[in-house]
Design a protein around this ligand. Structure first.
Ligand code: NAP
Length: 255
């Protein structure tokens, strides 16, 4: 028997890309999925796409940088759909930042969205899950959070913060009955990566990424990272001393 209870799922950043593919895949499996993002029209379009599937999508528009709105939306979902048994905190954005384009606002906005956008929901949600003694929480970070990469000092730092947050939380969750997953995708074709002009190795389609995420969540893996060949290479880079790491990455990225 599956250990998962996905009767009420909440996905943030669910209107496009990985989140949308995940929402549709879960609806196909019969789940009730609350979907959040800022854009109402895109959420409603996704609800429309899910018509006729075994499960249902319900739109809950939300800006995850708004702390009070996150707590209020959680309360609303639970009042209308029941306790959230799986949450995938996936809302995020990317901005490549060359040295010449450095501005404080870019760092601040990515940290508020990618990092605080997760914390804003994780805190009230964990409080509720702890009361129930069960639940599953997943956080979408990125392999870009493993180590410093060129033009990624804002994005990479926000994802590295999430990785560290999840590692620490995993230790703190012992004995609570709550399962935590850290999703670290490589390159996935979405509106976020459509802006990249450089070649993206091992690029996956969003539907493929969603399938891999579901498999990992079913097994309650702590880290769900893919595709494995890209992840393996990056994890090897993580082991290198700086004296080797910096010249190697400059050579690989031709900088
Ligand atoms: N694609 C990749 O290669 C890749 C690789 C590693 C990690 N990731 C991570 O995967 C996650 C999903 O990315 P994606 O590639 O699927 O990107 P995407 O298609 O651009 O989706 C981003 C989602 O986040 C929502 N969002 C943005 N700002 C928000 C806010 N303030 N409040 C609530 N929702 C917000 C967007 O909708 P609205 O704009 O309407 O709010 C959209 O639904 C991100 O955390 C990203 O960093 C992606």
């Amino acid at each position: 028997m599956s250990k998962t209870d996905w009767s009420v799922v909440w996905i943030t950043g669910a209107s496009t890309g990985i989140g949308a593919a995940l929402a549709l895949a879960l609806a196909r499996r019969g789940c009730t999925v609350a979907i959040s993002a800022r854009g109402v029209a895109a959420l409603e379009n996704l609800v429309h796409q899910a018509q006729g599937l075994a499960g249902e999508l319900w739109p809950y528009p939300l800006d995850v940088t708004d702390t009070a709105a996150c707590a209020a939306t959680l309360a609303q979902i639970e009042a209308e759909r029941g306790p959230v048994t799986l949450a995938v905190l996936n809302a995020g954005s990317h901005r490549a930042l060359a040295l010449e384009a450095f501005e404080v606002a870019a760092f601040e906005s990515l940290m508020r969205l990618n990092y605080m956008g997760v914390v804003n929901i994780a805190v009230p949600l964990l409080e509720r899950m702890r009361r129930h003694g069960s639940g599953q929480l997943a956080i979408t970070a990125s392999v870009a959070g493993y180590r410093g990469l060129p033009t990624a000092s804002a994005y990479g730092a926000s994802k590295a913060a999430l990785i560290n947050f999840a590692e620490a939380l995993q230790l703190d969750l012992k004995g609570t009955g709550i399962a935590l997953s850290l999703i670290n995708p490589g390159f996935v074709r979405t509106p976020l990566t459509d802006q990249n002009s450089f070649p993206m190795p091992f690029l996956l389609e969003a539907e493929d990424a969603a399938g891999r995420i579901i498999q990992g969540l079913e097994k309650r893996h702590f880290e769900i990272a893919f595709p494995w060949r890209f992840v393996f290479g990056l994890k090897l880079l993580r082991l290198l001393p700086y004296s080797v790491y910096f010249p190697l990455v400059r050579w690989i990225t031709r900088l």
